[in-house]
Design a binder for this molecule. Sequence first.
Ligand code: BGC
Length: 756
Amino acid sequence: MKLIYLLALVVVLTSCSGPVQKQSDIDARVDSVLNLMTLEEKIGQLNLPSAGQFTTGAAANSDIAKKIESGQVGGLFNIKRVAAIREMQQIAVEKSRLGIPLIFGMDVIHGYESVFPIPLGLSCSWDMDLIERSARIAATEASADGINWTFSPMLDLSRDPRWGRISEGNGEDTYLSSRIAEAMVRGYQGDDLTANNTIMSCVKHYALYGAAEAGRDYNTTDMSHIRMYNEYFPPYKAAIDAGAGSIMASFNEIDGVPATANKWLLTEVLRNQWGFKGFVVSDYTGVSEMIAHGIGDLQTVSARALDAGLDMDMVSEGLLTTLKKSVDEGKITEQQITEACRRVLKAKFQLGLFDDPYRYCSEERAKSEVFTATNRAEARKAATESFVLLKNDNVLPLKKSGTIAVIGPMANTRENMTGTWSVAARFSESISVMDGLTKAVGNSAKLVYARGSNLHEDAAIEERATMFGKSLNRDKRSAEEMRSEAVRIARAADVIVAVVGEGAEMSGEASSVTNLELPQTQRELLKALLQTGKPVVAVLFTGRPLVLKWENENVPAILNVWFGGSEAGDAIADVLFGDVNPSGKLTTTFPQNVGQIPLYYVHKNTGRPLSGPWFQKFQSNYIDVSNEPVYPFGYGLSYTTFTYGDVKVDKSSITQGDSVTVSIDVTNAGKYDGAEVVQLYIRDWVGSVTRPVKELRGFKKVMLKAGEAKTVTFQLTTQDLSFYNSDLKWVAEPGEFSVFAGGNSNDVKEAKFTLQ
Ligand code: BGC
């Protein structure tokens, strides 16, 4: 047995740690390992190469295997399956001098093989238990397959739908995103990280990655500190407070310094102010990219990153190849490397890897716990909750009878169901819309199908929107030919389900766009289908808010299904036929055009707010389009209707530290049972700094039977009224407050109270 295992064991035996390890025990064990390490071995722990290349090749002979053997690798990512992971772990444990186990990471973003809706979609469920369970299932499946570290949750707030990665986040709101952050971390990590079915979470991308200028990926961000603290930082902080073990530095710069080497961000805010005790990893080549950012050569940027507080280098090998030289030249100290190494080792102890490096490598679990019927059922349920009914002029729900024409480029593709970042998915086993509808109607209705159009009139754009094995196998026929076939088929049907929108890779990393309208060829298809006079429901696939002005004006029913995951097709059938009543509510504003961006509900009032109808000269509005969105934050319809009573507060005045109870009666006034997301917003009318016109401070999802009424109550404390002032101090300032409650951010009832 290697010395470190003996030492680690001695520490275990002399301490009385239960199933949940004590921090002091871990510290002692980390020290016992650090004492044995050379400088080179410590630097080796900071190196995180991608294992991608040998998932198909002979692992043992690869370059990386040699590096592992010589103690130059701390962990690996982009590697799947127990056998491959065990093989790598064996090299680390048995062949390297000290036998320090590797940590194995992966982008398990919205499920593993049982794929849940893309995060933006899942956020529209506003269901924190469901979101936590989705992370729990993802952790169970990933850990059963050898993974113990996930690069999730992604908590970059974004108010720019041009940015492709808006699909990976939780939308535009600080408060909601913070609650989701906590749920995701709890789901992944549980309360015992050493358990073989929990994995360490890595919060990303710290920070402000979602505020890239012009929505162009990797672009510069520039933001006031007061906005960072009040709006963009809280979700990351919520995840840290929930115990997330690691965090990933973002690609972008902040205050002119790339996040990867930004000491204010990685040390002052993260560690000193927030008390983060975990480790910081760079994003993919985030270290070497700082050469292109223009802050130095590889040695300089690597030393700056370490000095700033970065602990692990993903892919660049800048830390691996230059830190020793920087120590020799007195640019950094060995102590700084020891501290970084300490944090990486600590994570491995927390995961229990020193007690059993193979604890996540069970062929048996891999066979029985991944892509199970139970997990898939949960993913299907989650998908139904993520869908947002945007419009419904008496078309939905559909009857399972007559002839249903299913038409559109997204109707018959399994590969595109899971959306972006679904690296572990089994594409060919996902449920397409046609699969789902066919199963649902059985013999009771007739389904007819036509593709109707390609995804995009421009073949090059279509290819970019369907990369990574998600090709739609472009139809060679002309647009007119495809359209007339679709119209012929649609004419013989009773109702048309038009399955349109984006391909899976049209959003996600490096998938920014400048045009948010449906591709012209799909718009033409919709027009032709509408001309048949048959009722049309658009089933819309998208990874971002789109510009749906024309669709909202012309298509009688629109169900936004995002990318619903491996079970999307079944879930779509559940909702279209009314077996499940839709309850999703938007977590991003849908603008009227690209020029309105950024358009979000938490805006400031300005000195010249538009009062009265649009247009008013010398007020804050546009000549050519109103300030209104097509669909506001929090919006979503149901097959039933909910009515709201007046909002009430139990006190007209409270003092610091006190709380106020807000209540509102909600009635299901329609014919279907359904769930409603009741939202609570506040406004602080006068502050030492300007405050937004509305801010979410609570939400509850309530189930109401047809005809049923419930009183929904919220507790608002002075914490909920607080904000960061000009000195970045967290304060609740006395004065008048409004509370608003309702079914979306635009449609609310108001009451007032005062903070003394
Ligand atoms: C992405 C990260 C991801 C990493 C590892 C990067 O390109 O920005 O979100 O975790 O790759 O796959």
